[in-house]
Ligand binder design. Structure first.
Ligand SMILES: NC(=O)C[C@H](N)C(=O)O
Length: 338
């Protein structure tokens, strides 16, 4: 059997950072060198890895759809030459990038696994080594036709994942979907959870980012605040609501502001503020009013998935009605249809 090969794209993040007088910052040429020296990659049965460092290494707080496109293009350009792909990325916006890539990489048949670390690779207690080796082995050896996020011994579906701990090593979770795989003494792949492989050739979709916004409800929010927030040119809003999708039902000004935006063609998607569970706008009157004023359900999507899916659907050039319909349907395993 020929040796497997994995392409590693290094975009930045703590994993490749060094201490500077201004705090941790990415350093060019550093991580490539560290990986080259790692004994794990000298073994005969470890996959062959090629590391490509991005021109500008960034803290992932600086990620935008422009960087997502650079990552997607890079995968496209190397797609045929490698068995799998690992994206080294900062943890802060890793779940957004994993979600965005899951939509942008259409008809994916090879693993694309995003990972990073909480402590830089060059430091004694770094979690980067385990995360990198685990991600590379998953990407090389298993038929995972989707975008995953590997962290602290677990592989999560990219568009189901969220950063859940700012300090701990168990920094990610996918609250509404079980892990796709676990790394113990053996790797356990939950094959029944994986997406089916594609029946069309791989394609990469560039996003033409619409003007989107996210707003989290809080006691005391007013209709005027909402109205200001969703002024034109905003085209879509992810509304983070209470519990199973509830909002203040007695504030007519608040509801009118939503209805006006809906009339203008703004797509308002209801996602819960809760860590786990789904939106159901039928259960409570405080949910039903949102539906009556044009808000659509985000079901059990993460906020990251809902936002990046909206970016993606706008980029397909669909009508507002079609976008609303497809937002509420499963397209990449990001949503559980009930
Ligand atoms: N652990 C990390 O990677 C955090 C860093 N600020 C980043 O997201 O780039």
């Amino acid at each position: 059997m020929s040796r497997k090969s994995v392409y590693i794209a290094h975009t930045g993040g703590t994993i490749g950072m060094k201490k500077t007088p201004q705090g941790y910052a990415p350093v060019r040429g550093y991580l490539d060198e560290v990986i080259r020296r790692m004994p794990e990659f000298q073994l005969d049965d470890t996959p062959r890895v090629v590391v490509r460092e991005f021109e500008e290494l960034i803290d992932s707080s600086n990620m935008t759809p422009i960087e997502w496109w650079k990552i997607a293009e890079d995968i496209r350009d190397h797609y045929d030459q490698f068995d799998g792909f690992v994206i080294l990325h900062g943890t802060d916006t890793m779940a957004y990038t994993a979600s965005a890539l899951s939509f942008m990489l259409e008809d994916l048949s090879k693993p694309v696994i995003v990972t990073g670390s909480q402590i830089p690779m060059g430091e004694l207690r770094s979690d980067g080594r385990d995360n990198l080796v685990g991600a590379v082995l998953m990407a090389a050896n298993y038929a995972i036709p989707e975008v995953g996020l590997f962290f602290h011994d677990r592989l999560y579906r990219g568009n189901r994942s969220q950063k859940v701990d700012a300090n701990g090593f168990h920094a990610f979770d996918s609250p509404n979907f079980p892990p796709l795989a676990e790394a113990g003494i053996d790797f356990t792949i939950n094959e029944h959870l994986l997406l089916p492989g594609p029946n069309k050739p791989f394609n990469v979709r560039q996003l033409t980012p619409p003007r989107l916004a996210t707003l989290s409800l809080f006691p005391g929010i007013s209709g005027d605040m909402i109205r200001q927030f969703i002024q034109p040119p905003v085209q879509g809003l992810i509304l983070l609501t209470y519990g199973s999708g509830n909002a203040p039902s007695k504030d007519q000004n608040f509801l009118a502001a939503l209805a006006e935006a809906n009339q203008r063609g703004v797509i308002i998607v209801n996602c819960t503020q809760c860590y786990r569970g789904k939106v159901d706008m039928e259960t409570y009157q405080c949910g039903q009013v949102l539906k009556q004023h044009g808000v659509i359900s985000g079901h059990d999507m993460t906020h990251e998935a809902a936002l990046t899916k909206l970016y993606y659907l706008f980029s397909l050039g669909l009508s507002i009605q079609e976008i609303k319909t497809r937002m509420q349907q499963n397209i990449r395993g990001e949503l559980t249809e009930s």
